[in-house]
Every structure is written in C-alpha cells, then in structure tokens.
Design a protein around this ligand. Structure first.
Ligand code: 6PG
Length: 226
C-alpha cells in the first residue's frame, strides 16, 4: 500500500506519526539531511513519552557525533535531547570508520531485532539525485542483498565523507516507511521515485516494503511534477 499526502507542512504530518509511534513503544528509524529537522523540532515540542521507544538511524556520516554533519547530532539537538522522557537510542558510530561502524551496527540490529528485523516506522528523505538513506544511484551498496547495513566509502553527494547505511533488505522489511520531502528542488526526484512509471534507476523507487506500507508526505512544490 502506498499513499501520497500533499500538505502545506509535511514536517508537521511526520511529527504526528513520530509521536504516535513513540507512544506505542515502536522501533523508529530517524533519517538525516536538513528536511527532517523541522519535523523533529515539532515532535520535540509535543514532548510525548518516548521512554518505551527505540530510535535507530537510516544512515550516518563518518564523523564524530558532535560534528555538524552528524545525523545523530542533528537528531540529538533537534529532538532527542529535548524530550523529558527520551527513548533508547541506537546510534551508528560513524567515528569508527565506515567498515567498523557498519559491522557494529549490523550486529546491534541483529542482536535487538533478529535476523529479519522489522522496524515499525522508518523515516526517509529523498535527495535531488533520488538517493535515500546513503544509498546513491549506481553505487554498489544499492545492490546489497544479504547485509542489513553497508559501508559507503564514496558518498554520491555532499558532504563527501564515507557513510554507513541501512540496505534495501533492511529498509524493505519495515512495517511503515514514511518519506518526508519538501521544496521545488525535489520535484524531479519525486516524479522519478513515485511517478508512473517510476525510474528503475532511482534508489527511492526501489523502496518497496514486502509486507508494509509507504506514506509519502510532500508539499505542493515537491509534488508539482507528479
Ligand atoms: C543523509 C540523509 C539523506 C537525506 C537526503 C535528503 O544522511 O544525507 O539521510 O538520505 O535524507 O539527502 O536530505 P535533505 O532533506 O537535506 O534534502
């Protein structure tokens, strides 16, 4: 099932979803980039009880957690540190380097969620090149079929630092995938990801949970070419 919702403030719609999932004690996957920051800030203001929830990350840049490019750091500043009843947080340790951090995260996911992990709510943005998490078009990590987490030695765009990312096998086991995308600079990417037909080369078009749902939250500008 896939539902595309065009709203004035897709970040607010995603914040509602995050808060509801947190209150249910879900395994929630946060993502990076700039778009989610607003959603995280709204969720922080709602200050729900996240204490039974577990927060994971879709991907991370190989920088220390306090670095401005850290996805964890952004989520920490915008949301996690502001909650009075914070969740358990499973961070990707980017500072270990891509291979070691990917291995450690794969072990962490398998330890807590088993070999067929099912995240309850997995948030993703979409890049202008239609990448999701750190799965960039034409890169080998996109074809990973076994591992749940991959090292990405060469990122497809800025910041050009190695990355660690959940793979399509991990993403496509999720119960709910929520995309959050806004702005006219993303209109072409949204059309390639969710248009008819989608572009088979577009990483976002390959997000198809086998036994789950996709919710796409976009503003009018991002949906303009659909
Ligand atoms: C990352 C993100 C990435 C992001 C998109 C969209 O680490 O860069 O996880 O996949 O979601 O690049 O980012 P913006 O919201 O900044 O456009």
């Amino acid at each position: 099932m896939r539902q595309i919702t065009v709203v004035e403030d897709p970040g607010a719609a995603v914040a509602e979803r995050l808060t509801a999932a947190a209150e249910q004690g879900a395994h929630i996957v946060l993502t990076g980039g700039s778009t989610p920051r607003g959603a995280y800030a709204i969720a922080a203001e709602q200050d729900a009880d996240w204490s039974d929830a577990t927060v994971w990350f879709s991907d991370e840049r190989c920088v220390p957690p306090e670095h401005p490019d850290s996805n964890f750091g952004m989520a920490q500043r915008a949301l996690l540190s502001r909650l009075s009843r914070p969740p358990r947080v499973m961070r990707i340790e980017g500072e270990l380097g891509a291979d070691a951090a990917a291995g450690a995260y794969e072990a962490l996911v398998r330890e807590h969620l088993g070999n067929d992990p099912r995240f309850d709510l997995l948030l993703l943005g979409v890049g202008p090149d239609v990448h999701v998490a750190s799965l960039f078009p034409g890169k080998p990590e996109l074809e990973e079929a076994q591992r749940l987490v991959a090292a990405v030695p060469l990122a497809g765009m800025e910041p050009q630092v190695p990355r660690v990312t959940l793979t399509l096998p991990a993403i496509n086991r999720a119960r709910v995938v929520a995309f959050l995308v806004s702005g006219e600079s993303k209109a072409g990417a949204i059309a390639r990801a969710f248009g008819d037909p989608p572009d088979p080369e577009a990483p976002a078009a390959r997000v198809r949970p086998q036994d789950g749902s996709i919710f796409v939250f976009v503003d009018e500008a991002a949906a303009a070419l659909l």
